[in-house]
Ligand binder design. Structure first.
Ligand code: HEC
Length: 147
């Protein structure tokens, strides 16, 4: 009987461990929040140009979407990214956007356009630029607003 309980307990821990370690990774010392100011004004300004040239035709000049593509701001957009990271968002853009020429942006342009998108959604600017390193960006969690 005791042995059975121990086995169930171990199996249970093993099953939840991968999810748990992902959460832990986001929470460890290096983890930052979007409200900390993770990009600079100057970077967002560069991103504005990248956006105008490569994204606005589909996502709209004000990021509110068109019949061609969904919005990149607002509650619906943000809800798609809650509990993910800025790294995931950058990866999506790096690998799949612009949809008519994926992979055409340099990693600096991807970081800049992410900074611009964050600015439009009113996340605060700060003193350090958003990194071009995906591993660093994966430490910045896109948190749900507190109820
Ligand atoms: C040719 C049209 C087109 C262009 C240009 C384009 N996109 Fe998109 N984009 C789409 C479509 C269609 C989708 C929805 C399908 C998908 O998610 O892949 C999308 C989805 C996205 C998403 C995911 C939205 C969500 O709610 O999760 C992001 C982020 C994004 N685009 C960013 C960009 C950025 C940044 C650029 C410019 C570098 C860009 N796109 C250029 C058509 C386009």
């Amino acid at each position: 009987m005791k042995i059975t309980i121990a086995f169930v307990a171990i199996a249970g821990v093993a099953a939840i461990a991968p999810i748990h370690s992902t959460v832990l990774r986001a929470q460890q010392a290096g983890a930052r929040s979007l409200t900390d100011g993770v990009y600079t004004e100057a970077q967002a300004k560069r991103g504005d140009e990248v956006y105008a040239q490569n994204c606005a035709s589909c996502h709209g000049a004000t990021l509110t979407g068109t019949e061609m593509a969904p919005p990149l701001t607002g509650t619906e957009f943000k809800a798609n990214w809650y509990d993910l990271t800025v790294g995931d968002l950058a990866d999506k853009i790096r690998l799949a956007m612009p949809a008519d020429d994926p992979g055409s942006l340099k990693k600096e342009q991807v970081a800049d356009v992410v900074a611009y998108i964050l600015g439009v959604s009113k996340y605060p600017a700060g003193q350090t630029e958003l990194s071009t390193d995906t591993d660093v960006l994966k430490q910045i969690k896109i948190e749900r607003p507190k109820p």
